[in-house]
Ligand binder design. Sequence first.
Ligand SMILES: [Zn+2]
Ligand SMILES: [Zn+2]
Length: 292
Amino acid sequence: MNSLASPAPEIPSIHLHLPTPQTLFRARADRLRQLATNHPSLAGYLTLMAELSDLQHGQVEESSLTPPPDVSARTCPLDIANRSHGPAWRAVLRAIAGGLAPNDEPLAAIRDRLRAASDEVLEGWAERLLSADFENLDSGLAPFVAAALQVRWTVLAGRIDGRGIGPGEFAHLCPVCSSLPVASVLRSGGDVQGLRYLCCGLCGTQWNRPRIQCVNCGSGKDVAYYGIEGSDEAVKAEACTECKTYLKMMNREKQPPIDPLADDLATLSLDILMAEEGYERIGFNCFLIPDA
Ligand SMILES: [Zn+2]
Ligand SMILES: [Zn+2]
């Protein structure tokens, strides 16, 4: 027997995957363009979001020059509830605004509104977006505000040591920043195949949750799967008949380039089906927030 004191038990590495900001936005832009080709009716919006992802990618390096976050907390070290946003995200937003196509009239109008907004106005938009309070938040501006916040939180999340981070208080919230998930993906973790990970809509962290168990209420009794006939088999809605909520589940083993945010936008028809069936979505996609 080893006489040395044993180190504190380490949380298994399959518990969470932190984002890699240097590749995440570029890969998302590629996936959005691929989806735009496959979904002509959504091509305009998907292409615009691909361009926005390119602009996000362009800000990662600059944003990484700021000091690393102070992350002593084991749960939610970048909690959206108690971390001040600071000026860094606003600089990212202004840089993204400056990169919007000057020849496109609606985009030029958005760019001008973003550039003219005071720091206080921008902080108000961020506050409403992060707390999912969509009233008084212009749904046309929201993707751009969200894009800047995503860059900041993803860059910070990419720089913390995930080994010390335990599960959050609420299983359906991101253990790094406490945001809601945008979707879940099935992926392999070490030697284990088909683990289910919830994907943070803000910082890009993915955290493990057991399959066939409602993310919202924990019930494993009445979980049902819905899909759109004739469409991609890789995306299903996992629905709980107990609490009437659902979250999309994406099978990366069937469709390796899947990106939770991009593939969620491309499967809007599944959300329409679920609303018709009386289910409420867990979380939201900050690139397509519902009109208040
Ligand atoms: Zn997060
Ligand atoms: Zn439930």
